[in-house]
Structure formats: structure tokens, C-alpha cells
Design a protein around this ligand. Structure first.
Ligand code: SAH
Length: 251
């Protein structure tokens, strides 16, 4: 099985595909001052199996276009939405975040948790700006340094994994320079990484290896995931996901 198929197989059974939490999603909704009753059109980009999509659907009077380029994840999202009785609020869309078929000023809110790094923060916030109505809201989580300096080992690891990792002040500047006014920011707490993401993932390793015949490729994926987690445990005071809320300028 090729690497992407293995990654899908490892992650699709999980509640979420990156660090996050229901409380964090709710806090972001509050900080962005999103009204729960007003009818809204929302795009959740890089939605995975729907950790955030389902909360937004449950809490808001919204129609949510849930975008991911992996149909397998969207199939899980669809099933979960049916079970929770919110499927009429969600339109799954299998496409790349780099070529979205949206119209200009179509959305009140663009939401994206743990996914914008796939296109790069700067490109994502710039490209997606036109899909927001004037004064529309962008809510994204993005891996960020939370201290001005950090040990070389973690600096080098993340700069090679994701060269755009930076301080919140730099991310705010990118927002300000690309058509937004930042309105809120907070750092994802530790349990969003360990309890909500790494631990459930680790609990699934044994079955994953067995399903995949303990192949070399499957073991390599487990090793890479384990290394990422070990580094997180060692250096968690230096980085996290930052949640950024910003309003599109205009009007
Ligand atoms: N928001 C979810 C998933 C985060 S993981 C959560 O918080 O649990 C990142 C997601 O982005 C994955 O589901 C992955 O399939 C999706 N993704 C990666 N590259 C993409 C691209 N180019 N276009 C659309 N989705 C992409």
C-alpha cells in the first residue's frame, strides 16, 4: 500500500486528524463573535472526518461546505453527520484547497483547523480572502512558536517539516498585510495535543500495523508519528497551534 493510503488508513478512524478540541472550537466561535442564530454560509477547509464541522453544525444556524481532498474522510464525516442528525446542514465537497470552486464573496465564515499548512498560511489566507463577504470572518488554527527563542533540535525539526512556522506576531502581520484585521488569538492547550490527538492515535498503532502486515512502510509511519509526539512532549512549552480569528476588511 502506498504511503498516502497508509496515512488515510491510520487517521480515518480517529475523531480528529490533528490537535484540537470541542472546547477550543467553541472558544474560537465566541472570540470571533459568531452569532448562533443568524443564518450563515460557512466553508470548513481541510475538514478531515469533521471534528470541527460537526460542532459548527450542531451550534450554528449554518450551511457548511465541508472541504477535503480525501473522499474517505468525507465518507466518514457524512456518516457521523447522519448519526448526529445534522447532515442537512453539511455539504461535503471533495476538492483541493488550492483550487476551490467558490464564488467571490460567497461565505460569511471560512473555518480551517490544523489544515492551512498544506497550502501554507500566507497563500491560504491570501487566496481565500476573496471568497469571504466584506467583514466576513476567517478562523484558522496554525502551528506557531510561542516563545521568541527555542532549542536548536525543535527549531530544526519544525523548520524542515513546515518552514512557515513562526510567532503569532508574524502571523498577525500576514493577516494585516493581506486584507484582514485580526480580532482574536489563543493557544491550544496541551490536552488538545496529548489527550485528543496523540494518545488516541497511539492506541490505534497496534491494529494499524496488524491490518497492514507490519510492513516496512507502515512501521516507518508509526516511527515518524512517534517521533513527532516525543518532540512535542519534550518541547511543548515552545510551540503549539495558535487559533487566529480575523475579519475581512471592507464595508
Ligand atoms: N480539520 C480536521 C483535519 C485536520 S488534518 C481536524 O482538525 O481534525 C488536515 C486535513 O487537510 C486532512 O483531512 C487532509 O486530508 C486535508 N488536506 C490536506 N491537503 C489538502 C488539500 N490540498 N486540499 C484539501 N484538503 C487537504
Amino acid at each position: 500500500m502506498e504511503e498516502l493510503q497508509l496515512l488515510i488508513d491510520l487517521h480515518k478512524g480517529a475523531h480528529r486528524q490533528g490537535p484540537g478540541g470541542d472546547e477550543a472550537t467553541k472558544k474560537a466561535l465566541d472570540l470571533a463573535t459568531i452569532d448562533h442564530d443568524t443564518p450563515l454560509k460557512i466553508a470548513d477547509i481541510g475538514c478531515g472526518t469533521g471534528a470541527s464541522t460537526l460542532i459548527l453544525a450542531r451550534l450554528l444556524n449554518a450551511r457548511i461546505t465541508a472541504v477535503d481532498f480525501l473522499q474517505e474522510f468525507l465518507d466518514v464525516l457524512k456518516r457521523r453527520a447522519e448519526i448526529e442528525g445534522v447532515s442537512r446542514k453539511i455539504v461535503p465537497l471533495c476538492c483541493s484547497m488550492e483550487s476551490l470552486p467558490f464564488e467571490d464573496e460567497e461565505f460569511d465564515v471560512i473555518w480551517s483547523e490544523g489544515a492551512i499548512y498544506n497550502i501554507g498560511f500566507k497563500k491560504g489566507v491570501t487566496d481565500w480572502n476573496r471568497y469571504l463577504k466584506p467583514a466576513g470572518l476567517l478562523v484558522v488554527s496554525e502551528i506557531s512558536w510561542i516563545t521568541k527563542t527555542r532549542p536548536a533540535e525543535i527549531q530544526e525539526y519544525w523548520e524542515s517539516e513546515y518552514p512557515e512556522i513562526d510567532l503569532a506576531s508574524s502571523k498577525m502581520r500576514i493577516l494585516e498585510e493581506n486584507g484582514y484585521s485580526p480580532i482574536g488569538y489563543f493557544v491550544l492547550p496541551e490536552h488538545c495535543w496529548l489527550d485528543n490527538y496523540y494518545r488516541p492515535l497511539q492506541d490505534s498503532f497496534k491494529a494499524f500495523l496488524e491490518r497492514n502486515g507490519k510492513s516496512q512502510a507502515a512501521r516507518a509511519i508509526i516511527e515518524a508519528e512517534s517521533r513527532e509526539r516525543e518532540l512535542y512532549e519534550k518541547y511543548k512549552s515552545y510551540y503549539s497551534y495558535g487559533f487566529y480569528m480575523a475579519k475581512k476588511l471592507g464595508e
